[in-house]
Design a protein around this ligand. Structure first.
Ligand SMILES: [Zn+2]
Length: 294
């Protein structure tokens, strides 16, 4: 064969192999407002399609998320819910009304948790949210695998693991080396420890090490102070917060003292709904109130 046609053949086979290889996925992040507890909502994007991870607490924030997805130009195929906390799925109906073809899914354990707790959530949060709350809150469908596919690329479900809830999941996108951590990681926002007794706090620390071992380049914390980058600093923050919280319990006589010590150790850290996160977490840790049931 002549040299020229050999070269042509090589070029053709190269372009052929490039054409069948899927482009890596990318991940965009939108943070909800204070009223929706500054939750990270992530959009995993392929060439044409997209998968949303978590949906906002309030209808107003859900409408902002709809606008953001529309502007991305992508076809929303699914919404994945990381865990059974209302700031991660409550106003889903706004998303599914705008994108009726999108399947709402989660890990089977999370689906079970949500079905159990929806009546309590509606009773607790409905009056506070009023017209800004969901009218038809419902649960996702259970995934039958621990991964999803978007345009041939794998999206891994990590967990359930102990985070601020007993059954938190995270999403890892290998082609983007990106970890969408859900409420397994926080950054400069007080950790929600209102449901956690000592074994759960220890298990959460172990979960952080498991996530660190994934080697993600980009890490999206479930909650962070607005303006912070989605980098690996949330791993170190969550780790050191859990350590300091445990140490401070040992040297505090009541929840007020524990709160003061944590605020002193993390002066830049924010709270939501006044001092809901640290206030409740401290009272539960010092045994002044029973663990919160959400
Ligand atoms: Zn949350």
């Amino acid at each position: 064969m002549a040299k020229r046609s050999m070269f042509l053949l090589l070029l053709l086979s190269l372009s052929g192999s490039l054409a069948v290889q899927a482009a890596p996925l990318t991940v965009d992040v939108m943070q909800t407002s204070a009223g929706s507890l500054y939750t990270s909502i992530s959009l995993i994007k392929g060439e044409k399609g997209a998968i949303l991870v978590d949906a906002p607490f309030t209808r107003a924030d859900a409408h902002r998320v709809v606008a953001w997805i529309l502007e991305s130009g992508k076809d929303l195929q699914a919404v994945y819910v990381t865990h059974d906390h209302p700031d991660h799925f409550f106003s889903m109906e706004v998303i599914t009304q705008a994108f009726p073809n999108a399947r709402v899914v989660s890990a089977p354990q999370v689906v079970e948790d949500i079905w159990k707790s929806i009546p309590l959530k509606v009773k607790r949060w409905g009056p506070m949210l009023g017209t800004n709350g969901p009218r038809y809150p419902t649960a996702p469908a259970a995934l039958d695998a621990d991964f999803m596919l978007l345009e041939g690329e794998r999206i891994e479900v990590v967990g359930p693991l102990q985070g601020d809830h007993a059954h938190c999941t995270a999403i890892y996108v290998p082609s983007a080396r990106t970890l969408i951590a859900g409420d397994l990681l926080f950054n400069e926002m007080h950790l929600w420890l209102g449901e956690s007794l000592p074994p759960a706090r220890k298990a959460w620390a172990d979960s952080v090490e498991r996530l660190a071992a994934l080697g993600a380049r980009r890490v999206i914390a479930g909650h962070k102070k607005p303006g912070l980058p989605d980098d690996t600093s949330s791993l170190a923050y969550t780790r050191s917060y859990l350590q300091r919280f445990e140490q401070s319990i040992q040297t505090s006589k009541d929840s007020a003292e524990l709160s003061r010590k944590i605020q002193g150790a993390f002066p830049a850290t924010i709270d939501v709904l006044d001092d809901f996160l640290l206030g409740t977490s401290s009272k539960v840790a010092m045994g002044e109130i029973p663990p919160w049931q959400e």
